[in-house]
Design a protein around this ligand. Structure first.
Ligand code: DQA
Length: 146
């Protein structure tokens, strides 16, 4: 079993970006935590980030045949990107939508998600801890599916 964790725009700035909203854990701290949990679960893990919508679409295409599940924090593209939604539908890769913040407790424009329409489930509001929650959830989902 192999899982791809994909991060969208501005998440490279985690740690210093609005720490009151997103916490002070950096993306490389999160990657290290995820690697530890993946090792515990005995699953393969790839971890990536891009600020570019097309590059994220390409990563999702590349996941077909190489990864069994996708955990996607698409950042602001969550609320705008039909292209990312279509990439998930087209590749049929089981996807968990993830956010550090509780998007439903924030501005109205964050309440809409194109990703949620094609996701197995959504995790939001648990900060950096959400990443390892999502890994456990995906591992269990993939196990149930086989
Ligand atoms: C985010 C929530 C989005 O609304 C925002 O645009 C982000 C981060 C989160 O992880 O809480 O960039 O995806």
């Amino acid at each position: 079993t192999s899982i791809l964790i994909l991060n969208g725009p501005n998440l490279n700035l985690l740690g210093t970006r609005q720490p009151e909203v997103y916490g002070s854990t950096t993306l490389s701290d999160i990657e290290a935590q995820c690697n530890a949990v993946a090792a515990e679960l005995g699953i393969g893990l790839s971890f990536a980030q891009s600020n570019a919508e097309g590059a994220l679409v390409d990563r999702i295409h590349d996941a077909r045949g190489t990864h069994d599940g996708l955990i996607l924090n698409a950042g602001a593209y969550t609320h705008t990107s039909i292209a990312l939604m279509d990439a998930i539908s087209s590749t049929e890769i089981p996807t968990i939508e993830l956010h550090l913040s509780n998007i439903h407790a924030r501005e109205d424009f964050r309440h809409t998600s194109y990703i949620a329409r094609v996701a197995v489930g959504v995790i939001c509001g648990f900060g950096a801890h959400g990443y390892t929650l999502a890994l456990h959830a995906m591992a269990r989902h993939l196990k149930a599916a086989t």
